[in-house]
Design a protein around this ligand. Structure first.
Ligand SMILES: Cc1cc2nc3c(=O)[nH]c(=O)nc-3n(C[C@H](O)[C@H](O)[C@H](O)COP(=O)(O)O)c2cc1C
Length: 364
């Protein structure tokens, strides 16, 4: 388990966005006091070395999944405090990110403690993806392509899971971005996929071909969510044989994703699949402390989320409220009446009162 006291005294110091830091990086007329290069402020962490170390220690990396809307800065910092080894941003659109300063500033913020950080993009062409990679590289430790999102609005744009049947497109993006990195800041590239829709649940031939193409293109790791794009989390259990067979077919690290709701699930799936990393999404939303061995979210974790959110700032109240709601839903102490009362909270002050009324006091 985590040394909670040490982690809890960690005070976030500096949140920064791209505009602010490009100004810092690009200015030539700075005084030495104000100029702190990004790689000094937030030294790069070598995720590939982490994979190697984990393998050597007969363990695996515990990874917080990309989640649109939810895996933002405060949540990532929280997960890192509770034993996540690597955290992902939500998917961001590479085309707008590469073209618009406004998109970059509104989509992304990071922090000195926000690492090891993987930034995920939805992209379908090498130009947008490479450019987005160039912008983001100094601020992250790895970059991922989302080839797993099944949402109709994403697939309609030929993004996300639509790419599972277009290996050449993924190949071109990874290959070109890696080539561009040769003259710049190198960041390893991962690809997150689902099972190929034509595969049956035994052989996974097309999924293996796809994963081999991705490896050949120069990707550093592959994450496999063991469902096809038609299978929904609520009515189809994840098939861990997909990630297991892909792991056996590749040399690069492979991560398993899907249906991890406890540390035991993660340990069991790591043993079964032999994967190098285990990624959780919904499990961490309900219980960000799951990789630290808590079977349900400890109250301190909810308190910590509120503290971090206030400290790093920039989080709309509705998002903060959703996060706490996810945590309360899964907590046996809070019954449906509590949830109804909580859903009526409209300010941080009313959230504090909600807990105070139940004898749980939060210090911000
Ligand atoms: C709220 C939410 C947002 C998600 N957003 C993303 C995303 O931005 N990128 C992505 O690759 N997958 C996204 N996913 C899918 C998850 O990363 C993961 O693949 C899926 O939920 C299965 O893992 P789980 O069983 O641990 O939830 C999202 C899932 C949820 C629940």
């Amino acid at each position: 388990m985590l040394p909670l006291t040490e982690q809890h005294t960690r005070t976030p110091q500096k949140r920064f966005n791209l505009a602010e830091n490009y100004a810092l990086l690009n200015t030539n007329n700075h005084s030495s006091d104000e100029y702190i290069p990004i790689d000094e402020m937030k030294p790069h962490q070598d995720i590939m070395q982490m994979f190697r170390d984990a393998k050597q220690n007969n363990t695996y990396l515990k990874v917080q999944a990309p989640m649109v809307r939810y895996s933002k800065l405060a949540f990532r910092l929280l997960c890192l405090e509770y034993n996540c080894d690597v955290v992902y941003t939500p998917m961001m659109m590479a085309d707008s990110f590469s073209k618009s300063q406004k998109a970059r500033d509104s989509d992304f913020a990071t922090h000195v403690h926000d690492k090891p950080l993987v930034v995920q993009f939805a992209a379908n062409n090498p130009t947008d993806f490479s450019l987005a990679c160039q912008y983001i590289a100094p601020f992250c430790d790895g970059i991922d392509i989302n080839c797993g999102c099944p949402q109709p609005y994403v697939m309609k744009e030929n993004l996300g899971a639509a790419l599972v049947t277009q290996p050449q497109k993924i190949f071109d993006m990874v290959h070109e971005a890696n080539n561009k990195f040769i003259s710049g800041t190198f960041r390893p590239i991962g690809v997150k996929i689902r099972i190929h829709p034509d595969d049956d649940s035994l052989e996974f031939r097309k999924t293996i071909d796809l994963a081999r193409q991705i490896e050949k293109a120069g990707a550093s790791w592959v994450t496999v969510h063991g469902r096809t794009h038609k299978q929904r989390t609520k009515n189809t259990k994840v098939n861990p044989d997909g990630p297991k067979i892909v792991k056996q077919a590749l040399q690069i690290p492979v991560m398993h994703n899907g249906d991890v709701f406890s540390l035991k699930d993660a340990n069991d799936l790591a043993s079964y699949t032999g994967c190098d990393g285990i990624m959780s999404a919904r499990g961490l939303l309900s219980n960000p402390a799951l990789f630290a061995g808590f079977n349900q979210v400890p109250f301190e974790c909810i308190e910590r989320y509120l503290q971090i959110s206030i400290q790093v700032g920039g989080i709309p109240f509705q998002l903060l409220h959703h996060h706490v709601m996810f945590m309360l839903y899964s907590h046996h102490q809070f019954l449906s009446n509590d949830i109804i009362e909580f859903s009526n909270c409209t300010s941080v002050a009313s959230i504090l009162d909600f807990f105070e009324d139940r004898g749980l006091s939060i210090s911000l």
